[in-house]
Design a protein around this ligand. Structure first.
Ligand code: G1P
Length: 296
């Protein structure tokens, strides 16, 4: 039996330049999909995988994230007085026990690897998860739970991957896949944003990781990689051969909400899945599809 994965790191210090102007004054992780911000989906996915401590690596202008996971006394009081119990329950349900959410700051934008490294003292010497909240993943069981289950068997690093078109490999971390057992493949190499001509495959990392604590020693070396940033991909690649490393092929729907079309698609699908909105939403979508998108 491996050690439990109890802690998750959420790198949320990014500037959200791809979603401007919406994210000028609010963090991109606070963008709502239907009626919940992206960060809440990621925290719920982590909780469903058994995570007990949620570590946010934030930056400047991110206080809305902290407020979202705190009591809003005046609001809760007003909802209670007006008998709006459902809305009140939704709000308080999203809160976690005091001390279970921890914040630290990445003071300089030095890359994903650096953001994760900022959480090293809070994580300590145990396996942990990393979730990138602008990747919204819809599957049953939820993506991180599947990775945690693989980690329980292998004791090593585990990431989730999806096939992407070859011309897009330079946007992702790409694995060099070895032997497979069902949907789990051994990772023999991991390259950050390779040119399509040299990418070892078209299986891309999609923002969910279970990492072994040894990754911090690699990140501490402070070596820069693609884009002049300290890359998580490079630190993980350096552990290949020393610790097991597997990728699980994601079987579900993925929405890259850091990209405007991906974000719109997420809203379309999540609204269609909501029993309270579904019928009205489908009417709207059909009406506008006819009016605005018909080919003639
Ligand atoms: C990061 C990772 C990359 C991964 C991607 C998934 O890149 O560095 O390996 O494939 O997230 O979204 P970013 O999108 O932050 O440039």
């Amino acid at each position: 039996m491996q050690r439990l994965v109890r802690k998750a790191v959420f790198p949320v210090a990014g500037l959200g330049t791809r979603t401007l102007p919406a994210t000028k004054a609010i963090p991109k992780e606070m963008l709502p999909v239907v009626d919940k911000p992206l960060i809440q989906y990621a925290v719920e996915e982590a909780a469903a995988a058994g995570i007990e401590q949620f570590i946010f690596v934030t930056g400047r202008n991110k206080t809305a994230l902290e407020d979202h996971f705190d009591h809003a006394f005046e609001l809760e009081h007003t909802l209670e007085q007006r008998g709006k119990t459902d809305a009140l329950n939704d709000l308080t349900h999203a809160l976690h026990k005091e001390g279970r959410i921890v914040y630290t700051r990445q003071q300089r934008p030095m890359g994903l690897g650096h953001a994760v490294w900022c959480a090293r003292d809070i994580v300590g010497d145990e396996p942990f998860a990393v979730l990138l909240p602008d990747e919204l993943l819809l599957s049953e069981p939820p993506c991180l739970k599947q990775l945690v289950d693989v980690h329980q068997e292998t004791g090593g690093s585990v990431i989730s991957t999806m096939e992407v078109p070859r011309e897009q490999t330079s946007r992702y971390g790409i694995i060099d896949a070895g032997g497979a057992s069902g949907s789990v493949v051994e990772v023999q190499g991991f390259v950050e944003k390779p040119d399509p001509a040299v990418a070892p495959s078209t299986a891309a990392a999609i923002g969910r990781y279970v990492l072994v604590p040894e990754v911090f020693a690699e990140l501490s070396k402070g070596r820069t990689g693609a884009g002049g940033e300290i890359q998580l991909t490079d630190a993980m690649a350096n552990l290949i051969g020393r610790r097991p490393f597997h990728a699980q092929q994601f079987d579900g729907q993925r929405f890259d909400c850091g990209n405007k079309l991906g974000y719109l698609e997420a809203i379309l699908v999540y609204a269609a899945q909501r029993p309270d909105l579904r019928d009205g939403w489908l009417d709207i979508v059909r009406r506008h599809a006819d009016a605005h998108f018909s080919k003639d």
